[in-house]
Write a protein that binds this ligand. Structure first.
Ligand code: HAM
Length: 415
């Protein structure tokens, strides 16, 4: 039987990898400009981190975690997201006091046992930021602007920001009571998930994607009318800061998101080209997560975006970001191959991307150079070795020049 990668996972092959590098490079450059520092956390954590952090009643914790017991009997879980791990690290290493600032970023694989479909995988990659210890609405606007900046820099068109506020512990009970009152007896007509959520987390009913449930909720008043004054002021300020930066947004009073830790701002950056899984990036404020993981009250805000979905969009624009082979060397005869091996080594140390051919016939070697999309070919046979030169051929124009071996590095670097 042919072995394949597990369902919901995939290999990222060389013909796609330059898109990944581009996304990672652009993100890293911008994180640096926005003054976020990187943290790398383990791929697995103690299960308790996620049950306490993400919430017992969320889909992630209820159905999607890859949890296992290690040989020492500890319950461990492959991380389904990055926020809880960053908070764990922040508390464990007392980062509030040991770092100059508390703006962090991370990237890497995450794991959720979801039903695979286009844009949804069981192992996927996120890049995210977390700004800890900030109540300032300017921080919410800053992370949203940073997300948009990354996608602008990558050249992704037609994205939009959707934003909402889900309130805080003061006004959340009022919002939840309103939802329950509005639904009244109709709750029995909603889907099984919504019926379960009715008692545990009625807010999540707003987020249900099923047509029937959406219809039942369509007449409900915007939850913002139930917000406390502080939440209203915070939301207004976030919107104003987005306005001054010229970031366009749509308010969606039903944007709740699937993680329990959110308070106040929730947002998504969506693309209409991604089909059902249209969220490229999701985030929001989580003012009580640090506390629920054992720290002191530490408000925070952040986001994560999916690299697979970003690659899907980028692929429509560019196939790859070319990082062409500069020189393909064709030695003719074994002594020349050995000499070319040394030349190649020197060129690589000088920063040139090159590859050494075999001693096959010239025609076969040119075919290989073509396949590798080499910009130049260096032919080095017995006669060239005697004269201490190489023949450098420009593969685009066909032009050939003799280059003294002593000047090879300088000539190639100058091309
Ligand atoms: P999330 O909305 O669950 O948020 O995930 C963020 C992004 O990860 C999504 O918008 C999507 O692009 C990608 N993603 C999620 N699940 C999958 C999947 N199964 N397959 C492919 N891509 C996926 C979080 O994870 C929060 N930790 C974000 C955050 C950071 N909030 C505050 N700080």
């Amino acid at each position: 039987m042919k072995l394949t990668s597990p369902r919901g996972t995939k290999d990222i092959l060389p013909d796609e990898i330059s898109l990944w590098h581009e996304i990672e490079q652009v993100s890293r450059d911008l994180f640096d400009r926005y003054n976020f520092d990187e943290i790398r956390t383990p791929i697995f954590e103690s299960t308790e981190l996620f049950t306490r952090g993400i919430g017992d009643n969320t889909d992630i914790v209820e159905k999607e975690m890859y949890t296992f017991e290690d040989k020492g009997g500890r319950s461990l879980t492959l991380r389904p997201e990055g926020t809880a791990s960053i908070v764990r690290s922040y508390l464990e290493h007392n980062l509030e006091h040991t770092q100059t600032h508390t703006k962090f970023y991370y990237s890497g694989p995450m794991f959720r046992y979801e039903r695979p479909q286009a844009g949804r995988f069981r192992q996927f990659h996120q890049i995210g930021v977390e700004h800890l210890n900030t109540t300032d609405p300017i921080s919410d606007a800053e992370v949203i602007a940073l997300g948009i900046h990354i996608f602008d820099e990558l050249g992704l068109p037609d994205l939009s920001v959707t934003i909402n506020s889900v309130g805080c512990p003061t006004c959340r009970p009022v919002i939840e009571e309103r939802i329950k009152q509005f639904l009244g007896d109709s709750i029995t007509k909603l889907c099984g998930d919504c019926q379960r959520r009715y008692n545990e987390q009625p807010l999540r009913i707003l987020d249900c994607k099923k047509e029937t449930c959406r219809n039942y909720l369509s007449g409900m008043k915007d939850i913002r009318s139930s917000h406390c004054q502080e939440c209203r002021d915070h939301f207004e300020a976030v919107l104003e800061y987005l306005d001054v930066l010229g970031v366009e947004f749509n308010i969606d009073p039903k944007l709740v998101r699937g993680l329990d830790y959110y308070t106040r701002t929730t947002f998504e950056i969506v693309s209409n080209k991604l089909g059902a899984q249209n969220a490229l990036c999701g985030g929001g404020r989580y003012d009580y997560l640090v506390e629920s993981l054992g720290g002191k009250h530490t408000p925070a805000v952040g986001f994560a975006f999916g690299e697979e979905r970003t690659v899907m969009l980028l692929k429509d624009l560019v196939e790859t970001y070319e990082n062409a082979l500069k020189v393909y060397m064709i030695p003719l005869g074994q002594p020349q191959r050995c000499k070319c091996f040394v030349l190649e080594n020197n060129l690589r140390r000088a920063g040139v991307k090159c590859e050494l051919g075999t001693t096959d016939n010239l025609k076969a070697q040119f075919k290989k150079a073509d396949r590798m999309k080499a910009q130049y070919v260096l032919i080095f046979g017995e006669e060239e070795a005697e004269r201490n030169i190489g023949i450098l051929k420009n593969m685009k124009t066909g032009e050939q020049t003799e280059v003294p071996i002593t000047k090879l590095e300088k000539t190639i670097k100058g091309l």
